[in-house]
Every structure is written in structure tokens, then in C-alpha cells.
Design a protein around this ligand. Structure first.
Ligand code: ADP
Ligand code: ASP
Ligand code: MG
Length: 474
């Protein structure tokens, strides 16, 4: 191994069953020939969803779903262990670890059912189980190829705030802990296989980084360990010009800038957790997205500067499951602090505001939040503006559901006139109604709001308009 350090993250499908884990182990072994490696793994695909479902069911007093799931998970993980690990002692050791995690899961579900209460902290404990099951199996599978491995719980490495369900790292403390725990392993040529998705507060309370958060774990560790690069192994060839499930003509992008990739992630491209690039931006660490099912393909390289392209538009994305909230009425013209009060309310809630639009008449401020944040945001705004609503200075706090944001992304859109015109003309031709429009001052993103049912049509039309289906931008 050289001094170059690579953090490699494998998503749920890349560790989905024994065959996938075996392929993943091969990829790891190959990378370990030229680099020191830290491996980060997700739960086997579908496991986190099912854990969360069982936790919610338990909160209604029904622990049977939890019990059933524990049995299903035991079978699923035992099958992978049997297929991957031949050596009886190693097999038993991993099975004991799996059983200990499952026993904890059972206690957590039973406790939740007994209390009929699911706190964010308990939900984090339950949803973390998938990664705690998969990491020891992946470590053992890589060991069978002759490498020394140790599975490490990320609660020992990543120090976060206490925001359960979407915690953020404390980078200084994380650096200290991760270096202290992982450097000695790497020095002995032992490869750490770390649970993605989870961390712990400074007091040691387990947290999760939000759904899809293992990507974020990888870049947090990449930055904390001064990695040379971070490679995110997934089930597609890289970052594509659009979500391939919605736009079959989508193509892989060879090189993309941090800013572009971050915009795509932020506006719903599931291939990257929205915060993935934050930790590595400052240090300029290269991030790759590659296909674990086709490791011979190059993938997408995410770099500080990307690569310039002629047309300006690099990729499209859509974010669904969002809600538009409007605060307004003619009376708000005379209320100079409505904007300030609206957004300090959303900030206090940590609601994720995805787009803001205000017309010059100032009759309405409308903004978009994730649907999961909508109810509590509206509740808090009605409270904040209770007096003004009563005196009709603010006439309404209203909600529009079943909408989506489409974002057109590309750094070179800056200074390329006509991108907005072409986009909206394409929407006009398709008869798609634009509910709101926003363009960031960075001009690397034009986003607009449409009805959710028109998303696929809008993406396909815009993709075609900018020729993204013809030549892959690189
Ligand atoms: P993993 O389990 O490896 O983390 P995810 O399911 O979270 O994988 O993310 C990969 C998926 O993201 C792809 O299978 C694809 O359907 C979806 N996706 C959405 N938008 C894009 C895009 N622009 N480029 C690539 N994949 C995308
Ligand atoms: N297993 C977690 C999830 O499903 C984290 C991840 O896959 O990145 O959200
Ligand atoms: Mg993911």
C-alpha cells in the first residue's frame, strides 16, 4: 500500500446480496493493491426502509412487524454469510455479531411498542441497524481475499450535532477521532470497513446523517483523513444527464464540477446525498461516482473546476415530494419584516427551503420545502403571523401540494443567453404550466415549479431541447 488514501463507499445495491458483496470485495482488493483504503458501506438494499417501517408500526403498539423483520433480516444476512465465508470460525464470529445487533433491534422495537412512542433518537437507533449488520459481513468477505480488515462503527469516528435524522458533523472533532482510530489500523495494513449513515454526538449518542447519508459519511471521512480521493460505488455508471428512471436517454457525464454536482444533489439527483460535496470542497478532494456492477467503466469525476462545455446545460434534475407555501395578501406590502420573519421561522425549524420566489408587487412570498417539513412549517408560520392574520395584514398562509421543482444545471449557463428562454419555450410547447421560477445569482441553475404529474414530460422535453440525449457533455 502507498501513502495515497482512498475512501470507497458502496451503496445498498452494491452490497445487496452475496453476489454483489463478492463483487464489491473484488473491487476493494484491487484498489488496495495501489492505495491505503477506508471502506464505507450502506445497509443491504431495502433494509433501512423496512427498519423504519417496523419502527413506525411499533410506535402504534404493534411489535409483530419488528419481530417478523428481525427474522427476515437474520435469514437474509445469514444467507450472505454462508455464501461468502467458508471458514467456520470466521463465519461463527460474524454470525454472533449479527445476532447481537438483531437482539438490540428486537429490544428497541419491543420498547417502542410498549411505550407507543417513537422518539427521533430511537428511530435513529433502529434505522442504523442495517449498516451495523452489513459492515462486519463486507469486512469478512474482503478478508477471504487475503486482506486484513476490521469493521468499525462510525459512532467511533464521526462526531455530529444532536439533530437526529439529519445530523451534521463537527469536522474538527471528527478529524481527531477518525485519525486516532483509523491511522493505527492503516499503519498495520488493516483496512477499516466503516458503517455509513451514522455518527454520534460528543456524548456518544447515536445519530444518523439523513436518508442516503452514506455518501456523506464517505466524504466526511475523506476530509477527516486527508484522503486523496473518494470513490462512490453505486448501481449506475456515474452522474447522468438526468435520472435514468425518468429519462431513458440520459447519458453519463465524464467530468463535472463540485458546484454542478452539488446543485444536482441538492435538487434531488438521488445518486448523491445533498450534502455529499460539502466536506471535500475546501480541500479539493476528487470524488468519483462509479458502477460496482461494471467496474471497468470510468465513471464520473467530480473536480473543483469540472470541464467547460459549449452549450451551457450539463444536466437536469427534479425534486418531488415538495410543498409550496405562500405567505401573503395585499396587506403585506406595508409589513417590511414579513420576509425576515418567514425565514427566521423556517430556520428555527431547520426546514429545508429549496426555492424562494417573490413577485415585485410583494403580494406573496412563496417558497418550497420538503413535503415532510410542510406541516410543521405552516403551523409555525400561522403562529408567527397570528396577530397579523387576525388583523388581515397577512391574509393567508397557504399550501400547494403535488408539485415538483425541475432544475436545469450547468456552470457555463453563466453568460450563455437564451437558456431560460429555450427551457420555458419547451415547457410551453408541451403545455406545461409554470407555477414559479427561480434562478440563482450564480446562474448555474435555473429552477421552476410545475405540477408533479408533468415531471417526466418536462425532463424529456428539456433534455432533448439541449441535445443532452445526443452527445454526453464532458
Ligand atoms: P446507492 O444505494 O448506491 O447509494 P442510490 O439509489 O442512492 O444508490 O442512487 C443511485 C440511483 O440514483 C440510480 O440508480 C438512479 O436511479 C438515481 N439517479 C437519479 N438521478 C440521477 C442522475 N442524475 N445520475 C445518476 N443517477 C441518478
Ligand atoms: N442505508 C441508509 C439509507 O437507506 C443510508 C444509505 O444508503 O446511504 O438511507
Ligand atoms: Mg444513495
Amino acid at each position: 500500500m502507498s501513502s495515497a488514501l482512498q475512501v470507497m463507499k458502496f451503496g445498498g445495491t452494491s452490497v445487496g446480496d452475496a453476489t454483489c458483496i463478492a463483487r464489491t470485495a473484488q473491487i476493494v482488493a484491487k484498489a488496495a493493491r495501489d492505495n491505503s483504503c477506508v471502506v464505507v458501506v450502506s445497509a443491504m438494499s431495502g433494509v433501512t426502509n423496512r427498519l423504519i417501517e417496523a419502527a413506525r408500526k411499533a410506535a402504534t403498539g404493534d411489535s409483530s412487524e419488528g419481530g417478523n423483520l428481525i427474522n427476515v433480516l437474520r435469514r437474509q444476512h445469514a444467507a450472505a454469510i454462508e455464501a461468502l465465508i467458508q471458514e467456520p470460525e470466521a463465519r461463527q464470529r460474524v454470525m454472533r455479531l449479527v445476532d447481537a445487533v438483531l437482539a438490540e433491534g428486537r429490544r428497541l422495537c419491543d420498547g417502542t411498542a410498549l411505550l407507543r412512542e417513537l422518539t427521533p433518537r430511537t428511530l435513529d437507533e433502529i434505522s442504523s441497524l442495517g449498516e451495523r449488520l452489513s459492515a462486519p459481513i463486507v469486512a469478512a468477505a474482503v478478508s477471504t481475499l487475503g486482506l486484513r480488515c476490521e469493521s468499525v462503527d462510525a459512532t467511533e469516528l464521526i462526531v455530529t450535532d444532536a439533530f437526529h435524522g439529519g445530523a451534521d458533523p463537527h469536522m474538527e472533532l471528527t478529524r481527531e477521532k477518525a485519525q486516532a482510530r483509523l491511522r493505527p489500523l492503516l499503519a498495520q495494513r488493516i483496512m477499516p470497513v466503516v458503517t455509513g449513515f451514522i455518527g454520534a454526538t460528543a456524548e456518544g449518542r447515536l445519530t444518523t446523517l439523513g436518508r442516503g447519508g452514506s455518501d456523506y459519511s464517505a466524504t466526511i471521512l475523506g476530509a477527516a483523513m486527508d484522503a486523496t480521493e473518494v470513490v462512490i460505488w453505486t448501481d449506475v455508471d456515474g452522474v447522468l444527464t438526468a435520472d435514468p428512471r425518468l429519462v431513458p436517454e440520459a447519458r453519463t457525464i465524464a467530468v463535472i464540477s463540485y458546484r454542478e454536482a452539488a446543485e444536482l444533489a441538492y435538487f434531488g439527483a438521488k445518486v448523491l446525498h445533498p450534502k455529499t460535496l460539502n466536506p471535500v470542497m475546501q480541500a479539493g478532494i476528487t470524488v468519483w461516482i462509479r458502477n460496482s456492477f461494471a467496474p471497468e467503466r470510468a465513471g464520473t469525476k467530480i473536480t473543483p473546476e469540472g470541464r467547460s462545455i459549449g452549450g451551457g446545460v450539463k444536466a437536469l434534475t427534479a425534486i418531488r415530494d415538495v410543498t409550496l407555501i405562500a405567505v401573503g395578501g395585499p396587506g403585506i406590502v406595508g409589513l417590511p419584516d414579513v420576509v425576515g420573519r418567514t425565514f427566521s421561522t423556517t430556520a428555527d425549524l431547520r426546514a429545508n427551503v429549496l426555492l424562494i420566489s417573490q413577485s415585485s408587487s410583494q403580494n406573496d412570498i412563496c417558497f418550497i420545502v420538503s413535503a415532510s417539513d410542510a406541516e410543521r412549517t405552516v403551523e409555525a408560520l400561522r403562529k408567527e403571523f397570528a396577530q397579523d392574520l387576525a388583523h388581515h395584514k397577512v391574509e393567508h398562509v397557504t399550501v400547494v401540494n403535488n408539485i415538483a421543482i425541475v432544475a436545469v444545471v450547468g456552470e457555463n449557463m453563466r453568460g450563455t443567453p437564451g437558456v431560460a428562454g429555450r427551457t420555458f419555450a419547451a415547457m410551453g410547447r408541451e403545455n406545461i404550466n409554470l407555477i414559479a421560477i427561480a434562478q440563482g445569482s450564480s446562474e448555474s441553475n435555473i429552477s421552476f415549479v410545475i405540477e408533479d404529474q408533468a415531471v417526466k414530460k418536462a425532463l424529456i422535453a428539456t433534455h432533448k431541447e439541449f441535445g443532452l440525449d445526443v452527445a454526453a457533455p464532458d
